[in-house]
Design a protein around this ligand. Structure first.
Ligand SMILES: [Zn+2]
Length: 246
């Protein structure tokens, strides 16, 4: 049923999701209000990035409004074992096209932090990457997003849901080994970006740069973290390493 209201565009490796462009329901009863300006931002961003670079997943707001749907559940707040229509889509697309970056777009209240733009890397970020790599990844993300607003911050804290029982979209895509983060923007900044072609273009360049640089860092074997020796990836990389050594 939810499937009919999900909008999917493009076929690129950069996955952009925006689950709060309509009012959704959490936990079967709590209302999560729509985050303004996110929909025009992600649609314009998708057009700028192009269908070969980007895959966009959001709600079909026109259809939701046409049928007056008010009971769609929040894809960013679902229990781990519950069926998630959004994640099922992501998983099946990932099999075909392999996403290499996932950005989940959100709005935040202007008073939430002193930042205008907040990036959430997830509470497992420090477990997943070694210190050197974490520093590089953080630096790339910060340097790039500060081009759009100097007051950009990175948080590793779990936010939004406030409870480990519920999984966000980025929690889930990280499990598929996709580098992913949540982007939260202050209302006035969202408004500014949504109304400016220059800002949309800048944001698209930032995302392309991050995609390129992050994948370069993650492929760099010199600062690779310990991997499960049984995993295919490890075997593959150790073979290529051997090749280079001899
Ligand atoms: Zn949100």
């Amino acid at each position: 049923m939810e499937n009919e209201y999900i909008l999917i565009k493009g076929r690129g490796p950069i996955l952009i999701t925006a689950p709060h462009v309509i009012t959704t329901i959490r936990n079967g009863k709590n209302i999560h209000v729509m985050e303004r300006y996110i929909l025009p931002i992600v649609l314009k961003l998708y057009n700028e990035l192009g269908e070969d670079n980007c895959t966009l997943i959001t709600w079909n707001r026109k259809k939701v409004r046409k049928y007056n749907k008010k009971d769609l559940s929040d894809p960013n707040f679902e229990k781990e074992n519950d069926e998630s229509a959004w994640f099922a889509k992501i998983k099946s697309l990932h099999k075909k096209r392999k996403f290499t970056l996932h950005l989940d777009f959100h709005g935040m209240d202007d008073e939430t932090t002193s930042n205008n733009l907040d990036i959430g890397l997830g509470y497992k970020f420090s477990k997943k990457y070694n210190k050197k790599k974490r520093k590089k990844l953080r630096q790339v993300i910060l340097n790039e997003f500060q081009k759009i607003d100097e007051k950009t911050g990175i948080s590793q804290m779990f936010r939004g849901g406030g409870c480990f029982l519920y999984k966000t979209l980025t929690n889930r895509t990280r499990k598929l080994n996709i580098f992913s983060f949540q982007l939260e923007m202050a209302l006035w900044l969202r408004k500014k970006i949504a109304k400016s072609h220059k800002k949309i273009y800048l944001l698209s360049q930032i995302i392309l740069n991050i995609h390129k640089k992050i994948n370069h860092i993650l492929k760099n074997k010199s600062n690779k973290t310990k991997k499960n020796p049984k995993s295919k990836k490890y075997k593959k990389s150790s073979q290529t390493m051997k090749k280079h050594n001899y």
